[in-house]
Ligand binder design. Structure first.
Ligand SMILES: [Zn+2]
Ligand SMILES: [Zn+2]
Ligand SMILES: [Zn+2]
Ligand SMILES: [Zn+2]
Length: 331
């Protein structure tokens, strides 16, 4: 199944099958990123750790493979270490192996592998999201910096209620939300949602609800949740855009909740899912409803939460807030 996912996503990004095949390491089928042009494809399927052990005696076939830590398989950056027998190791792994070379089990010592560091310096490599469409090429040592911000880097799963480690591009995550998290999908730019909770006193067990909206050819995540804000239990609803920040600014949304002649209205710009769900929540960038008001809006005997949230998403011609850093929202 893991393999299926990888191939499916890769082929949609124009990577030829041949290339994928050649990247499959013969001694360990779960390590698929040995090819310099198709690294880290396994991120799509899951974050399942792959085997840590590369059998010794398999000769690396390229400089890129030499620069791959044999323990964690990440690219190595200075200081690169080696044991007395010449086995290399990244600095992160070095701190974890208790002074034993993981390859030959000999004492590790404190030997830098300067030659390999120099070789790395002379290299230029494609961004590791090459297979996802990034055309950029970087000197080895500045590649990491770019990759942390690369527009082609995969997104994290926007589902909030669990620690989900799935990453991927937007179409992949939409399918993942629908199939794996059983998230409700809606088409259209207006909505009318009822949130019902039979025991609204239990705010401590924070509840998350997510609905995905598809409009303007884009996907939006509507989050609704209960949490403690200081001492006060509150409910909060906000929208996140499934895409990058600069594109999110092209949209606006409004949320409305009310009853009995009272109404709360929120109007805002959706945040990108690059910003974690928690970050958006903690910046209070959404419709916040105090519990007393929420129970009042619910009507009845205040024993049950019954909130009707209506909303709308629209496209801005030129969002005046574009590029403006709002205090408390930027960090
Ligand atoms: Zn390592
Ligand atoms: Zn060794
Ligand atoms: Zn890139
Ligand atoms: Zn997920």
């Amino acid at each position: 199944m893991e393999i299926d996912n990888i191939e499916c996503v890769s082929s949609s990004d124009g990577v030829e099958d041949e290339e994928i095949q050649s990247s499959v390491s013969s001694h360990n089928p779960s390590v698929m990123h040995h090819h310099p042009h198709a690294p880290h494809l396994h991120q799509y399927a899951s974050s399942k750790p792959h085997s840590n052990i590369v059998p010794s005696g398999i000769a690396p076939t390229s400089v890129h493979e030499l620069l791959e830590c044999p323990v964690c398989t990440n690219s190595m950056y200075p200081p690169i270490h080696q044991c007395h027998n010449g086995h290399t190791l990244c600095s992160t792994c070095k701190t974890r192996v208790h002074n034993r070379c993981p390859t030959c089990r000999q004492e590790l010592g404190d030997i830098r592998c300067l030659a390999l560091e120099k070789v790395a310096e002379s290299l230029e490599l494609p961004c590791k999201y090459y297979s996802l469409g990034c055309p950029e090429i970087f000197p080895y040592y500045s590649k990491l910096k770019h990759e942390a911000l690369c527009n082609f880097r995969p997104y994290n799963c926007p589902y909030a209620g669990s620690e989900c480690s799935v990453t991927g591009d937007i179409p992949y995550l939409v399918a993942h939300l629908r199939d794996d998290h059983k998230v409700d999908m809606h088409t259209g730019c207006t909505f009318n949602h009822r949130y019902v909770k039979s025991n609204p006193r239990e705010v401590e067990n924070a509840t998350w609800m997510l609905t995905v909206f598809h409009c303007f050819g884009q996907y939006f995540c509507l989050h609704f949740e209960a949490f403690q804000l200081g001492m006060a239990p509150v409910y909060m609803a906000f929208l996140r855009f499934m895409g990058d920040e600069n594109e999110a600014r092209n949209y606006s949304y409004s949320l409305e909740v009310g009853a009995n002649g009272r109404k709360l209205i929120w109007e805002g710009t959706p945040r990108s899912i690059r910003d974690s769900h928690r970050k958006v929540r903690d910046s209070h960038d959404g419709l916040i409803i105090q519990r007393n008001m929420a129970l009042f809006f619910s009507g009845g005997d205040r024993k049950e939460l019954k909130l009707r949230v209506t909303g709308r998403i629209w496209k801005e011609q030129q969002n005046p807030d574009a590029g403006v850093c709002i205090p408390n929202l930027c960090s």
